[in-house]
Ligand binder design. Sequence first.
Ligand code: SF4
Length: 114
Amino acid sequence: MKNTKLINRRNFLKLGMKASGGALALSAIPIQLLADDEVTVDEPLAQAMGYVTDATTVDTAKFPKRAGEAGASQFCNNCALYAGKVDDEIAPCSIFQNRPVRGLGWCNAWVAKS
Ligand code: SF4
């Protein structure tokens, strides 16, 4: 009977170790998913919105909103929909269901922060 208890305790501890290892592995997944979830310029919505990761490359003939002096100051990092600080390299954007976009990027939905 005592042996059974020891085995059970040992198995319980092994199970606990496996479970905690699994929990650690699961907790690492969201971090990896977030890093991999950045909006890319070739996605249909990004293309429709004219999203680019470098705002200085916007085709202003196609997107005149970013033309001229006022347009040249538009970047994701000063857009009202950018959920980051002005010096954040990357942050979530609500247009893209809070997936990360580049702070120096731009799209045609740009709205000045108030
Ligand atoms: S809505 Fe604003 S933050 Fe989002 S991609 Fe367009 S310019 Fe960037």
